[in-house]
Design a protein around this ligand. Structure first.
Ligand code: SF4
Length: 305
């Protein structure tokens, strides 16, 4: 592994208005009970967002990403169940979205380079001397890692793992921010996931499948109408509801609805998306003058900047 940093950005768009500029647009599905202000606070200082802003500028043809527009889809059902029909109603004031803009300062980008370089050095060091277990990070702020007891018994790294499918970071032999953060929390887990390339066997993928399907639907909604693009490859968003809902439905794996939670069914997802489209069609028509790309993978070397 070199010191390549890789990031996959949900969408890069040109924004009009007072905050004019180029932004990373990130879509996120969260549980209804998740604290949005807490999540926002976490993201405001997140290494991910600093990293994406740095990655954009580190390209051969720099993309001056000013910050992130964070779009949260909150999976929540607020209405009571109708006793006769058994169907849960949705309150009219249901507003399960949050759209926030975060700016990244030059200092925050520099900080990203310092932090990422230091973590990559530690990883290199662990390759030579071993990846430690039970470091001081196992108990942070008085709270033990959720796998602490299991891990102490020695069960955590035995039997329960299978070979992990390569992801976009493996394809370019780089390290993404999630991996750097995993290493910071648990070097041993990093070794298991990204050096031995294993993943947990028992992991349920239902929530991830739902999130991916919502993501695909939203991506189709911001896609170009009739595939029409500008010379530079950018496009005006098409806002095609039907295409987006069909894309979402196609992305839900067979049998998913029988096993998933109420807030992760195909019907719920379509309702959530339709509400999002109705809410943001007009503001986003004004806001996004051009989409520069969706699912954009950016790679850059820390030493070359
Ligand atoms: S899984 Fe990692 S963080 Fe958790 S107790 Fe074990 S070594 Fe520590």
């Amino acid at each position: 592994m070199g010191s390549s940093i890789v990031g996959r950005l949900d969408m890069i768009a040109e924004v009009e208005g007072p905050a004019k500029g180029i932004y990373h647009v990130q879509f996120k599905t969260l549980y209804g009970t998740a604290s949005i202000p807490g999540y926002m606070k976490e993201v405001a200082v997140s290494m991910h967002e600093r990293g994406y802003s740095w990655l954009g500028r580190a390209q051969k043809k720099p993309i001056p990403i000013k910050g992130t527009i964070l779009v949260v889809f909150q999976k929540t059902v607020t209405g009571p169940v109708n006793r006769k029909t058994g169907v849960r109603s949705v309150k009219e004031d249901w507003a399960p979205f949050t759209v926030e803009r975060l700016s990244i300062t030059p200092r925050a980008r520099e900080q990203f380079v310092d932090d990422a370089s230091a973590i990559l050095d530690w990883i290199e060091n662990c390759r030579e001397n071993g990846f430690p277990r039970f470091t001081k990070n196992c108990v942070q702020y008085g709270r033990a890692c959720i796998a602490y007891d299991w891990c102490r018994m020695g069960a955590f790294f035995k039997d329960e793992w299978e070979t992990r499918a390569p992801d976009y970071a493996d394809k370019v032999n780089g390290v993404n921010v999630s991996r750097l953060l995993t290493f910071q929390v648990c070097p041993k887990l990093y070794e298991v996931l990204y050096e031995l390339n294993l993943s947990k066997k028992s992991d349920k993928k239902l929530s991830a499948d739902f999130g991916t399907a919502v993501h695909n639907g939203v991506e189709a909604w911001y896609g170009p109408k009739g595939g029409k693009k500008f010379k530079d490859g950018g496009w005006k968003p098409g806002f095609d509801d039907r295409l987006a809902l069909e894309t979402f439905e196609r992305s839900i794996p067979e049998g998913h609805d029988e096993e998933c939670k109420e807030t992760e069914t195909t019907g719920y997802g379509k309702l959530l998306l339709q509400r999002y489209f109705d809410r943001y069609r007009i503001p986003h028509k004004k806001m996004f003058s051009k989409i520069l790309g969706t699912e954009v993978t950016l790679v850059a070397n820390l030493n070359e900047e």
